[in-house]
Every structure is written in structure tokens, then in C-alpha cells.
Design a protein. Structure first.
Length: 581
């Protein structure tokens, strides 16, 4: 047979076939592109739907915890952060394995009571077994292989400094809302979507905070005190650089904090959530004497530092007797009245000034109302309804009037900063943006008070508060603890109110101890000179340079005009017992 050969296509036919193939390929490519584009549009539309509708629902489910912003100190160091964590839950009705076996294994991994876990596994509704679990715990639990155990990502509030600044920061409740402290005060701002999670800066300096807590905490333990309080205040802006209250707690685990206790005589000892700086009102004793003295100078009651007042014997008035703790039994001039902390001379000065002028000064210092402040818990003061003669005399040296340590800090700032009272704040203040204050004393009176407070430290009861080169000034205050039936003879509140450096004041430091017990370190004493004053000294030596104040032994405030007024001759009698005025 002869093979039949195909006739070759003509060039024109070949060209037509190639064109047809190209057209077909282009159509197929177009169809594929349309299909792909449609799929992309579908995905994008779904994402847009979830962004608009699912986003808010998710945020509400997490109670705002996802977007909660960080809290940082004035230098940007983290105080409170939100990090990713896991929640481990169970659907009891979907369990496949043995409940007791699963409960035992979970208890071993999570460190939770097995009985409690078994009760959750035996329930009928979904339950969380562990919140804020780490990734490693999730891995171990997942290895159990039980499909009814589920895992959800959720944010965790972490306080990286542990107990540091706990009374300032507070903590969150189980729903992720601020329960106390600045977490509560700033709850709306920290969860505001418009802020996009931006951190909020407090006025606190973490380094100064650490130094204050360390020094105060050691003293509370060493003297077996019921508690302690400390605050450091910028005298020009009112910014709080450090705030400490003992006992304290760990905001990472507030549930582990001990409950309040009671003393042998039935007095309740406030628990760790009680902020002694801002909530508790105390009679702060002789720390009030410089305020009374400033009122007397500013009102014109005292016009000469050489003016002397009779402190030769206890003062009897309206059935009461006013004593001096360490009486000099002589007439005292103005510097000596503060240096020796004379109740008798101060009472005479207050009596001569009158209740109206003293009450006016105390009101200007804000002692008649709670401190305007960011923290939700603000203590009410004990302010006399009427300044009778005896009330005026005793309030002059801090008896019968009670304020918080924060009130006292703001008052001392006004004594030394030129006479301007500023409200305290825990928010960082931008340069030049401090809240305007109010004048409470003149610049001249403030200048005089700086001299007098410096003399108390160099020549008087405040010697243990001195810190070489930092030119510390201040005043001791020791007051019997107020009880329901009067005053305790066995317990006191010891306070030292300080400012530094006195030639150009920058900061006020208040340290208070509740019911310290004397020991060898305090020479058996419980007064502020031996309990609170040393804490001030140690803090300033540690934190002064951190706060921008460098020690300088060549500088000091000039007190040369007051030194000749001090009676220095041991056993000698004053030249005259008469009032020089």
C-alpha cells in the first residue's frame, strides 16, 4: 500500500490558527484575572465588615483591656504595661477524658487547688481555669490532649517594678477596669481609642521612688512601726517625685495582700491598700510650729527675731497645762522657740496673734478640706469648728488639728518657695505649665522661714536629718496617737518635714512613722529626731543627685544675723528676763 501524506497548511491558514490560539489564551487569562479579582474583593469586603462590626464587639468583650495604655514615670521608665497573655478555659459538657485525671494534671501544671479545678470541670457552663497564663503553661496544658480545654489570647496588665509605687499605681479589677490608684483615676484616658495606646507619664521619678521606699521601709521594719508614709514634692510645681506608704502590696497579685489587723488595745491597723500619705489624717505635732511662726511674722505679730516669750514654766489655761518636752525653763526668742521646739512659747505666740489670723493661715494652706488631687481616695481633715483661745494655742503646735502628710508637704513647699501654695499633682508637668498657685505668705516671710528651718537642723532637734552638702532645713514633730477615748501614752506619730537645699529650695521631703518602737538604733527613743529624721538624711544623700541637686559644702543659706540670738553659754543666765520689745 502506498502511504498517504497530509498536505501542508498554507501560510495564511497557519497565521489564522495562531491568531485564534492567542485570542483563546487572552480570554482565559481575562477570566482568571476576573475570578482572582473577585476573590480578593470578597476577602477585602469581609475584612472591612469585621473591622467595622466585629472590632467594637471584641473590645467590649475584653472590657477595654486590649487598648489600655502604659503608665510610665517622668523619664519614660515603665510602671504599668499591657502585654499579651493567654486565658485557659473549659467547656465541661464537651469533656472526653476522666475529669479527676484532668483535674489532677491541671493542678500540677497550674499550681491551683485540684478540688477547685474539679468543681469547674463538673459544672455545666464555660469557665476560666486560669487567666493571664504564660505561653509555656499553655503548651503544657495543650499537651493533655483534651479538646474541651480551650485557649484565648488576652492582654495582661503587668507591673514590672513589682511593689514599687503600688499605692500610686493601684491595680485593675477582674474586668480590666481601674480599681484604685492612678489606674482608676486615669481609666478613661488609658482606654481612650483616640490615644491609640500612647503611654501616660506621671510625675514620679522611679529612682527617687526606689530610694524613698527602701529607706522608709527599712526604718518601719527596724522600729517595728505600725506603718509609715513618705512623700517628695517639687516646691515650684507641686509635682510628686516619690510617694510611699507602708505596709504595701504587689499590684500584680493584689489578692495576696494581708487583711487589716488590730493592736492589743483594739486600734485597727490599716491594711496595705490604705494610702497613709493621701488618705490618713494625723495630728502632726510640732511640724505645725513653723507654719504658726510664719503666720505670726506675716501678720506683724512678730516683728523682731529677738522678741522673747516666757517659757520658764508650764502654761496653765482653762484647766489645761501646756508643757515642753525638753524644757529650757527660760525666756526664748524666735529662733530658739523653733530650735528647742517649745510648745509653751509657740502657744504664747499663737495666743497673741489670735484665732482668726491662725485659722486664716491654716485655710490658705488648705487644711480645712481634702487635698485637690488625682487619686480617688483623699482623706478628710480634722479642722476645728471654732478657734477658741485654748484651741488657738494648742493648734499652734499641732494639737487638735489633723491633716494628711500630703497637706503638710504642700504647706512646707509654700513656706520655702517664696510663699506660693501649689496643689500637689501626680501628673508630669511640662516646663512652664505648672498650675498657678496662691500666695499665702510674703517673699520676705518665706526667706525668713528658710533661715529658721535651716537653724533647726544645724542647731536644734533636726540634726539627724542633715545631709552633708545638701543644706537641709526642716522641723521635727512627735504627737501622741489619737484614740477613741483620747490619746495613747504608749504610741506616737513621729514626723520630719524637710526641704533642700535651703539656699535655693527645690524639694520638700516628708517622712512619718506610725507607732515606732525604740531600739538600739534610735537609742531607745521614739521621737521624730531619732526615728523620722535619719530617714530624711539617708534619702537625700541617695536621691539628691538623681533629682538634680549636687552636694556643695561651700554653699549655704546665710543665717549670720540669727546666730548671735542663740543662747550658748551652758549654765549661764540670760542677760535680761524682760521682753526686749
Amino acid at each position: 500500500m502506498t502511504a498517504m501524506l497530509a498536505r501542508p497548511l498554507s501560510p495564511r491558514r497557519q497565521a489564522d490558527d495562531r491568531g485564534l490560539n492567542r485570542a483563546t489564551a487572552q480570554k482565559r487569562l481575562m477570566i482568571m484575572m476576573l475570578l482572582y479579582g473577585g476573590a480578593v474583593c470578597l476577602v477585602l469586603s469581609k475584612l472591612a465588615f469585621f473591622a467595622v462590626f466585629a472590632g467594637p464587639a471584641s473590645a467590649s468583650t475584653m472590657a477595654g483591656r486590649v487598648a489600655r495604655g502604659d503608665i510610665v514615670d517622668r523619664n519614660g521608665a515603665p510602671l504599668a504595661r499591657t502585654i499579651d497573655a493567654w486565658a485557659i478555659g473549659v467547656h465541661p459538657d464537651e469533656l472526653l477524658g476522666d475529669k479527676r485525671d484532668i483535674a489532677q494534671r491541671l493542678a500540677g501544671i497550674l499550681g491551683i487547688d485540684q478540688t477547685k479545678i474539679y468543681a469547674q470541670l463538673s459544672g455545666t457552663k464555660f469557665a476560666y481555669i486560669e487567666r493571664d497564663a504564660s505561653a509555656s503553661l499553655v503548651t503544657e496544658v495543650n499537651a493533655i490532649g483534651e479538646p474541651a480545654l480551650v485557649f484565648e489570647r488576652e492582654p495582661q496588665r503587668l507591673y514590672p517594678q513589682s511593689e514599687l509605687a503600688a499605692p500610686v499605681l493601684g491595680f485593675l479589677d477582674m474586668a480590666g477596669r481601674g480599681a484604685s490608684g492612678m489606674e482608676r483615676a486615669l481609666d478613661a484616658q488609658l482606654t481612650d481609642p483616640a490615644r491609640n495606646g500612647q503611654p501616660i507619664a506621671l510625675s514620679i521619678d522611679l529612682r527617687a521612688q526606689s530610694a524613698l521606699e527602701n529607706e522608709l521601709g527599712q526604718q518601719v521594719v527596724a522600729l517595728n512601726a505600725k506603718g509609715g508614709a513618705g512623700v517628695v514634692l517639687d516646691v515650684q510645681t507641686g509635682e510628686i517625685m516619690a510617694l510611699a506608704s507602708f505596709p504595701t502590696f504587689n499590684p500584680n497579685n493584689p489578692g495576696a495582700a494581708p487583711a487589716p489587723a488590730r493592736t492589743a488595745d483594739g486600734r485597727e491597723i490599716p491594711g496595705p491598700f490604705f494610702n497613709r500619705v493621701t488618705t490618713a489624717a494625723y495630728e502632726l505635732g510640732s511640724t505645725f510650729k513653723p507654719i504658726t511662726m510664719a503666720a505670726a511674722i506675716d501678720s506683724g505679730t512678730v516683728t523682731s527675731m529677738a522678741r522673747r516669750f516666757d517659757a520658764t514654766a508650764p502654761l496653765k489655761i482653762d484647766g489645761f497645762t501646756i508643757h515642753d518636752h525638753d524644757g529650757q525653763n527660760r525666756w526664748l526668742d524666735i529662733p530658739e522657740t523653733l530650735i528647742h521646739s517649745s510648745n509653751i512659747a509657740t502657744a504664747r505666740i499663737a495666743d497673741e496673734m489670735g484665732g482668726d489670723k491662725l485659722a486664716r493661715m491654716f485655710r490658705l494652706m488648705g487644711f480645712d478640706q481634702p487635698m485637690p488631687f488625682e487619686l480617688p481616695a483623699r482623706g478628710r481633715t480634722l479642722f476645728p469648728q471654732k478657734f477658741s483661745r485654748i484651741t488657738t494655742m494648742t493648734a499652734g503646735f499641732g494639737h487638735g488639728i489633723a491633716v494628711t502628710p500630703l497637706h503638710l508637704a504642700a504647706a512646707y513647699a509654700a513656706l520655702v518657695n517664696g510663699g506660693i501654695w501649689h496643689p500637689a499633682t501626680l501628673m508630669k508637668v511640662a516646663p512652664g505649665q505648672a498650675v498657678p498657685g496662691r500666695r499665702v505668705i510674703s517673699q520676705a516671710t518665706s526667706d525668713r522661714m528658710r533661715q529658721l528651718l535651716r537653724l533647726v537642723v544645724t542647731q536644734g532637734t533636726g540634726k539627724n536629718a542633715d545631709a552633708a552638702g545638701f543644706r537641709v532645713g526642716g522641723k521635727t514633730g512627735t504627737a501622741e496617737v489619737a484614740t477613741g477615748g483620747g490619746y495613747s501614752k504608749k504610741a506616737n506619730v513621729s514626723t520630719f518635714a524637710a526641704a533642700f537645699p535651703m539656699d535655693a529650695p527645690r524639694y520638700v521631703v516628708i517622712v512619718m512613722l506610725d507607732s515606732p518602737v525604740g531600739n538600739a538604733q534610735s537609742f531607745g527613743q521614739t521621737t521624730a529626731a531619732y526615728t523620722a529624721a535619719p530617714v530624711v538624711s539617708r534619702f537625700i544623700l541617695r536621691a539628691g543627685p538623681m533629682l538634680g541637686v549636687m552636694p556643695d559644702a561651700r554653699r549655704d543659706i546665710d543665717v549670720s544675723e540669727l546666730l548671735p540670738l542663740l543662747w550658748r553659754a551652758p549654765g549661764a543666765k540670760p542677760q535680761s528676763m524682760a521682753d526686749p520689745e
